[in-house]
Design a protein around this ligand. Structure first.
Ligand code: SAH
Ligand code: AVI
Length: 330
């Protein structure tokens, strides 16, 4: 059933984040190599650290996407004429304001931000509702891997996924996500996707290993989340932040590297683990695309690349997909 629109509604689906965390930790920290999904990076502090990353001189992604949106927002809104704007992984939704502004005076009546971080979502929902009084905001606390089919349909919609967050998925997660996005679209709806493009390795590495150490702090914050939620005894200072570029897989890989041999207890997950000196724990991937590679990924899910908006230096791009048929017609 579609919930009645109110100025702000926050829906959480009764998620039990703690059980999900325990399952991820038990699977990921007993695997070889050790790995954890990036969703746990975004507690309140992690979300603040990500916002700080977006302001760093080395982190060109957010600035470049904003520059593209400044130029393209009016054209995108005119092409779609949305009644509802759905933003997946909305975070602070700062750049999204350009799309809402461009839709002023049009038919846009609903903003649906969807994010795993409830705190961030509450702040975003309140500030957008305050700044755009004509807009009903229906905020959804959810996980891309579980709750996309709960997104309501309030009329012709533009679904946006900005910031290159699609890069944080592996191939199977990306396919799952894009298939579900395609299923959200009815005739006339559209999907706008922000992707980071392949470029010089030094520039990529600097963006994920900044001089001030904010990204290192963001990465180590994962250990603080485990200490708080699972009464674990990680010493964040016993791990180095590592960013590598794997050119064959076209992705940045972010790790925490154990400085020495150590044993860590996680009583909340009924687990004790050992790290060898130099052992890596993978915390995130960030895939970098070409126009051809993103067009193929989109096409496999029935999402045609209708318009392509790169910045002048081709560092980042927005992809507008406007399928012609109805939901599921490929
Ligand atoms: N779109 C914003 C924020 C990008 S940061 C921008 O372009 O700046 C990535 C966002 O995705 C964060 O707000 C984080 O809380 C959210 N996120 C991460 N994993 C998620 C998941 N599995 N399900 C839903 N949201 C998730
Ligand atoms: C949210 N996501 C797109 C960021 C990225 O660039 O992959 C997360 C991030 N990790 C380190 N810095 C920023």
């Amino acid at each position: 059933m579609i919930p009645a629109p109110v100025t702000i509604a926050i829906h959480t689906f009764g998620r039990n984040a703690r059980e999900d965390l325990i399952a991820d930790v038990r699977a990921g920290l007993t695997a070889t190599p050790k790995t954890l999904p990036p969703r746990w990076l975004y507690d309140e502090r992690g979300s603040e650290l990500f916002e700080a990353i977006t302001q760093l001189p080395e982190y060109y992604l957010t600035r470049t996407e904003a520059e593209i949106l400044r130029r393209a927002a009016t054209e995108v809104i005119a092409a779609v004429a949305p009644e509802a704007l759905v933003e997946l992984g909305s975070g602070s939704a700062r750049k999204t304001r350009m799309l809402i502004e461009a839709a002023r005076g049009g038919r846009l009546g609903f903003f649906v931000p969807f994010d795993i971080s409830e705190r961030t979502l509450q702040q975003t929902a309140r500030s957008i509702a305050a700044d755009f009084p004509g807009l009903s905001v229906y905020a959804m606390v959810g996980d891309f891997a579980e709750h996309l089919d709960r997104v309501p349909h309030y009329g012709r919609q533009l679904v946006v996924f900005l910031g290159s967050t699609i890069g944080n998925f592996d191939a199977a997660e990306r396919r799952f996500f894009l298939d579900h996005v395609r299923a959200l679209l009815r005739p006339g709806d559209a999907f706008l996707l922000g992707i980071d493009l392949v470029k010089d390795e030094a520039e990529l590495l600097a963006a994920y290993d900044d001089a001030e150490g904010v990204t290192a702090d963001f990465n180590r914050n994962l250990l603080r989340v485990l200490n708080r939620e699972l009464a674990a005894d990680f010493d964040p200072a016993a791990f180095d932040h590592v960013a590598r570029f794997d050119r064959d897989r076209s992705r940045i890989e972010m790790y925490l590297r154990s400085r020495w041999r150590q044993r860590v207890r996680l009583p909340g997950a009924r687990l004790t683990i050992e790290f060898d000196p130099g052992e890596l724990l993978m915390t995130e991937i960030s895939v970098k695309f070409t126009r051809a590679s993103v067009e193929q990924a989109l096409g496999e899910s029935g999402l045609p690349l209708t318009r392509w908006y790169p910045d002048a230096k081709e560092r980042f791009a927005l992809c507008l997909c406007m399928p012609r048929g109805g939901s599921g017609s490929r």
